[in-house]
Write a protein that binds this ligand. Structure first.
Ligand SMILES: [Zn+2]
Length: 304
């Protein structure tokens, strides 16, 4: 699959033209719904709707998995849920700290759910709150307040199950990988795995944690027997090994390339200009994200 800048801008044209009248959600398995985010840059108009979101309906209540990058997106998701079920929302789960996954939480506050995340997520949200308010205030209701950036009140240190009545969700918190607050969700009775941003499909992966940890997480995740994989960004996949293969190849290219630069005594700026370029045609939104990834990988690997 070769999808470069042309692919990205074509998608932006297709998707950017019309503000969708309805918020598209698709039932991928019995009672498991997904909204696919748009393939747009984090600073583009529409940037508040770039992450995949989901919800799972049990016999007693509903769990939401990520809420989008604005109160507007969060409300659109809430309204879409109400079209499918009148059951209460008992859990709002965040797969990690990034703005495009958490800022919509505030739209669910009045439903009084438990907000759930990795044990590391409360501190990560606290550390991000000022940054979110500085850069994304317009994605919250005015006047934007730190109280509107909602972190979890219920956390997962390793694994935990949540009961929705008649079905359970399996939550697993991961060591530092995409970020330091990654959490995955499985719905075993439906064979579905929500990876959060531990999996990017088509969109270039964004490293904000540990590149070694991320590759180790992938090698663990591909052992899952899930039949449907919902990535943090990109289309839902039916084969878990196929879904993760391009991302694993990309991360390995970065690890090998950065180690080579370090071994040759090359400074970080040389590495960011060179490493990973062989992957540029394989990913949407590659340019600046790759350089950022290489710089983070360099700072990690120079201590090996
Ligand atoms: Zn992310």
């Amino acid at each position: 699959m070769h999808r470069g800048a042309g692919f990205a801008s074509a998608l932006a044209l297709v998707c950017g033209g019309a503000e969708a009248a309805t918020f598209d959600v698709r039932e991928i398995a019995n009672g498991v719904f997904v909204h696919e985010g748009r393939m747009l840059a984090l600073d583009a108009p529409g940037h508040d709707d770039i992450a995949n979101l989901g919800f799972v309906v049990g016999a007693r209540c509903v769990a939401v998995i990520d809420t989008g990058g604005s109160v507007k997106t969060g409300r659109a998701l809430r309204d879409a849920i109400a079209l499918h079920t009148k059951l209460p929302i008992c859990y709002v789960i965040n797969t990690h700290v990034h703005v495009d996954h958490v800022l919509g939480n505030v739209a669910f506050r009045s439903a009084k759910p438990k907000f759930v995340g990795a044990a590391t997520l409360p501190a990560a949200i606290d550390a991000s709150r000022a940054y979110f308010l500085e850069h994304y205030a317009s994605d919250l209701d005015a006047p934007a307040s730190g109280n509107d950036v909602i972190g979890p009140d219920t956390t997962v240190a390793t694994t935990r199950t949540l009961d929705l009545g008649g079905r359970t969700l399996g939550l697993r918190a991961w060591p530092k990988a995409h970020t330091d607050s990654d959490l995955t969700v499985t719905i075993d009775d439906a064979g579905v795995l929500f990876t959060g941003d531990l999996l990017f499909v088509d969109r270039v992966p964004a490293l904000d944690g540990s590149i070694i940890g991320w590759r180790e997480a992938i090698d663990e995740l591909v052992k899952s027997d899930a039949k449907l994989v919902v990535p943090g960004h990109g289309p839902v996949s039916k084969d878990i090994a196929t879904a993760f293969a391009p991302e694993r190849r990309y991360l390995t290219t970065l690890i090998d390339g950065v180690r080579e630069e370090i071994a040759q005594g090359k400074p970080i700026d040389d590495a960011t200009a060179r490493v990973g370029q062989s992957e540029s045609a394989n990913w949407a939104l590659f340019g600046t994200a790759n350089a950022h990834n290489v710089s983070i990988a360099y700072r990690e690997l120079e201590w090996e």
